[in-house]
Design a protein around this ligand. Sequence first.
Ligand SMILES: C[C@@](CO)(OP(=O)(O)O)[C@H](O)COP(=O)(O)OP(=O)(O)OC[C@H]1O[C@@H](n2ccc(N)nc2=O)[C@H](O)[C@@H]1O
Ligand SMILES: Nc1ncnc2c1ncn2[C@@H]1O[C@H](COP(=O)(O)OP(=O)(O)O)[C@@H](O)[C@H]1O
Length: 286
Amino acid sequence: MLRLTLPAPAKLNLMLHILGRRADGYHELQTLFQFLDHGDELTFTARTDGQIRLHTDLPGVDHDSNLIVRAARLLQTHSGCALGADIELIKRLPMGGGIGGGSSDAATTLLGLDYLWQTHLGEDRLASIGLTLGADVPVFVRGHAAFAEGVGERLQAVELSEPWYLVIAPQVSVSTAEIFSDPELTRNTPAITVRSLLEGGGHNDCQPVVEKRYPEVRNALSLLNKFVQARMTGTGACVFGSFPNKGEADRVCRQLPADLPAFVAQGRNISMLHRKLAQLAQEVSG
Ligand SMILES: C[C@@](CO)(OP(=O)(O)O)[C@H](O)COP(=O)(O)OP(=O)(O)OC[C@H]1O[C@@H](n2ccc(N)nc2=O)[C@H](O)[C@@H]1O
Ligand SMILES: Nc1ncnc2c1ncn2[C@@H]1O[C@H](COP(=O)(O)OP(=O)(O)O)[C@@H](O)[C@H]1O
């Protein structure tokens, strides 16, 4: 196989508690990740000259800093593979939205090129390579809804209900580092067990800080709160509410101001990337 198209789905942090700060400045957290059936799309074509070429520009991100290019080069280093790739990206996920677009693109690159180049590094090595690119990359490599602890790298797979979500993407990009360095961020939420969490509850400790700094996020939350309990994902800027079916989510979506970007997607416990890879494996073996 020389060419491969794969999805890079979004995630939501259904809750995000900050328990403390480590000596290296990173924060200890507890969070619940679920994927959405909405995301970016990447197409990989193998090159024999070893070059990595991403053919899609992202505003404010130069070629070599793009997480896709960095992931591809890391995979070359760790596997010793001499092949390269041409990569095209269809970018649908808002950047700095807290729905993990960059991390998901990186994970899709690691899994996609591992498949295309036949480097067979395996999920454990790909997840640890991914962690060097960002705290959120491993969950996308694993592809299962998870309760995460540590800086997000200790993952416990969970089975959640799969409701429909209405996601509003206020037109601001929130820097994760900026929110984590805010002196007003609450960093002392007591640890909870995954069991008590699944029985209900949880909140996002970053939300008050982002609401204070970004009126666009505050407005999106109060708009959505008129219909359903709204919450922010990750360090923002996206906010979401859950609905039992697509029809109700679409109905509320139609009532939002036309100039406010929003979409409806279903929560998924197994990521679309892993569904597609499993389908490919079945086609090859069948
Ligand atoms: C907090 C989450 C929840 O999903 O936020 P979002 O970025 O998705 O909104 C993520 O774990 C973010 O992961 P990711 O976006 O990969 O962050 P990284 O690139 O690893 O870190 C960006 C910066 O955020 C801070 N940071 C990040 C994660 C963490 N547990 N503690 C931190 O203090 C650090 O200052 C770091 O330099
Ligand atoms: N392929 C990529 N897609 C999105 N952002 C990227 C990518 N590569 C690098 N970045 C950088 O990473 C930052 C965070 O990206 P993103 O994952 O979209 O946000 P978040 O972590 O809030 O979900 C962006 O603002 C951008 O500067």
